[in-house]
Design a protein around this ligand. Sequence first.
Ligand code: C2E
Ligand code: CA
Ligand code: CA
Ligand code: CA
Length: 280
Amino acid sequence: AKAQGRDGIIVFNEALAKRVEYHLELERKLYFALEHNEIDLRYQPQMNQDRQLVGCEVLVRWKNDKFGFIPPSEFIGIAEKTGLIIELGQYIIEEAFKTLKRWEEQGIVLEQFSVNLSVRQFFHVDFLGQVEALVEKYLTEDTRKKVIFEVTETIMIEDMYKIIAIMNKLRRIGIAFSMDDFGTGYSSLSSLRQMPIEELKIDRSFVNHINKYESDRLMISTILAMAKIFNLTTVAEGVESEEQFKFLKSKGCEVFQGFYFSKALEQKAFETFYLNNREQ
Ligand code: C2E
Ligand code: CA
Ligand code: CA
Ligand code: CA
């Protein structure tokens, strides 16, 4: 029994070592991913209450020769830890703006176009200047007003006043902000009230359990009522069923995103989706 126990520990250590090794290798490979064109963007449709396409969320993908498809949940954290998120984040914003420009030229008109930001990006000395330069380079007076940067609640526990100042400068050039994964993190109503945001995204975890838990339905109703008081647009993420869509809509949610409507699409596929689902 003792030997077995020891084996158990050895096996566990090997698994752990493998995991650490994997992460170190991802970290090394991530440095080259940008140069090797392994980073791609996908666009997940966002629909209104009448099931018409009104916008999209840009989601990053990494395809590597050795590991295949690596989900953002695996590498965004690594990029944040190593600081590579600055370069990666900048690349994502630039590629996203290129798409927005292309769509404008093609007459593809959306109400909003959302890009995820990591809080680390705000602390880079020239984040503001770099975003401004990209806006100048790719966006018109019209398209820049469609851009929404999604931030998470962690933004409220960092140097909040510094972040608010940067957000306000970006708002002056037309960019809006959305509070992502709302309800999952640490945040208080009073700090939410101080954030210059115009949109709340209800986290998938609440939407998932609509059919199961009264408490989650209550949570959603409360968030939607509160958003109304603060005059914020509401987006539900992870909508997977008709039932979830109907419940959210009945409680006043305005925008819906999830597999029920579509997964995140490649640019071309999104363009086709637009033609079939645009607002009439
Ligand atoms: P998120 O911002 O909450 O993005 C939504 C995630 O939910 C996406 O996963 C999306 O594919 C997935 N999803 C959408 N609809 C459904 C649904 O109906 N059911 C289920 N089960 N899932 C759904 P993804 O693309 O794997 O991204 C995971 C996370 O990685 C994102 O969560 C976001 O935090 C981060 N991320 C993705 N792209 C970027 C980026 O460009 N920059 C930064 N900083 N983070 C990113
Ligand atoms: Ca998001
Ligand atoms: Ca989210
Ligand atoms: Ca989420």
